[in-house]
Write a protein that binds this ligand. Structure first.
Ligand code: SF4
Length: 411
């Protein structure tokens, strides 16, 4: 079996009771069938505790005040203490590792939803490298239905996407736009069953910056705007079922702060936000894109929709930036906290008057990104909703997303 993982992967170590945001609270932990059987037949001291702490029907651990029934007051797991590490279910054993399964290959990454993993991922300033190692003892079971040719083309395309995303000689907006456009063009080849054309397509995306900028200039993006696309995306995000009970309170009012005062105020606020946080956003876009592309892009081998996977990455990068902007605006709104939740433009009477508005702190960024990932990545329904809307709705067509990605440069 071949294992592929990002170069920072082995830096992770769970900080357990020292973690300010234990992963054993705030969401239901699903139990895999094998562990469920083990718990059903448990003997000794834990038998009674398991009986009352497992929701046998829903196949998950019960919760008390939104905490796993086995999580004690010191934020340690009583199941682990009582029955040892082998007693943990698959979710608890593997989290925060995310494993994508392909024929003969396992792609392993860390999840941004774990705050300690998020610190590592977002603290990695250098371009991410991907390493591979072979585990000869582990045999892969061949799946006859696995489309190996498509998988190879997806991998080759992803390599080019990483090259583009990590080319820091170009602006992050342009890199995102190029990757979106490449995935769009790839989708056409997948749909028309012309995978033999993919090599030529990838060659065209090598060193094509000038040609691409020319295409972009004549693409007719003027009738689209970041304001419209981002606010639509945000509406989808708000429809998601909250996983963490504390999340709705934090999210409340963000849409009003971002979009309530209209397009002109939004654009002025965004310019102010980027003036204070532009350098960090430049790197953050790359980090989020690389993370989502590694985690999901090749999964298109199972649904034939690489463009949808790339849209998901772009949407995540846009939404994260919007949430961060809302947090920053909250801190910089004139008259805070009275104005919290009101539609305000910070520019006319607010931060323009200040010498320099403070940039977001790294811990704020890590915290908000990990909350976003928790809400979007750990619910099949929530991620499915976002993917579905991105694929089906005209508001998220190629031009709309391109305009959302590069608009502030045009403003
Ligand atoms: S969120 Fe991460 S660091 Fe915190 S307890 Fe869970 S795995 Fe450990």
């Amino acid at each position: 079996m071949l294992y592929t993982y990002p170069h920072y992967y082995k830096k992770f170590q769970c900080i357990a009771s020292a973690c300010e945001d234990t992963c054993c609270a705030g969401w239901a932990i699903t139990i895999d069938p094998k562990s469920l059987e083990k718990y059903r037949h448990a003997k000794g001291g834990m038998k009674a505790r398991l009986k009352e702490s497992v929701d046998w029907k829903q196949k998950c651990f019960k919760q008390r005040e939104h905490r796993c029934a086995f999580l004690n007051d010191d934020n340690l797991c009583d199941l682990y203490t009582g029955m040892g590490p082998d007693s943990l279910c698959w979710t608890c054993k593997t989290y925060p590792r995310h494993i994508e399964v392909f024929d003969g290959v396992r792609e392993v990454s860390l999840c941004l939803s774990c705050i300690e993993a998020a610190r590592i991922i977002l603290g990695t300033k250098e371009p991410v490298r991907f390493l591979s190692s072979e585990n000869e003892k582990e045999e892969s079971c061949e799946d006859e239905d696995f489309d190996f040719f498509l998988y190879t083309k997806l991998q080759e395309t992803r390599d080019v996407i990483f090259e583009i995303l990590e080319n820091r000689g170009l602006s992050s907006e342009l890199r995102m736009a190029m990757c979106l456009s490449l995935a769009h063009d790839l989708q056409r080849r997948v749909r028309d069953e012309k995978l033999y054309e993919v090599d030529g397509l990838l060659k065209r995306y090598h060193n094509c910056t000038a040609r691409f900028c020319h295409r972009l200039a004549s693409a007719g993006l003027e009738s689209y705007s970041r304001f419209e696309t981002a606010s639509e995306l945000y509406t989808v995000f708000e429809k998601m079922e909250p996983l963490d009970p504390a999340w709705p309170e934090r999210r409340d009012g963000m849409d009003e702060i971002l979009y309530g005062a209209g397009k002109e105020a939004y654009e002025a606020n965004r310019r102010a936000f980027l003036t204070a946080n532009g350098t960090r956003m430049e790197l953050l876009r790359e980090q989020i894109m690389v993370y989502f592309v590694f985690g999901y892009f090749c999964g298109a081998v199972y649904n034939d929709n690489p463009y949808g996977k790339m849209k998901l990455a772009v949407a995540a990068a846009i939404l994260v930036e919007e949430l961060l902007m809302a947090e920053w605006l909250k801190e910089n709104l004139p008259g805070r906290p009275e104005n919290r939740g009101k539609a305000v433009s910070v520019v006319p009477s607010g931060i323009r008057g200040k010498a320099v508005a403070a940039a977001l702190q790294e811990e704020q960024i890590v915290d908000l990104v990990h909350c976003f990932s928790r809400e979007v990545e750990h619910s099949d329904e929530n991620r499915g909703l976002l993917e579905d809307e991105l694929v089906k709705r005209e508001e998220f067509c190629l031009k709309a997303l391109l305009a959302a990605v590069i608009e502030w440069k045009r403003a």
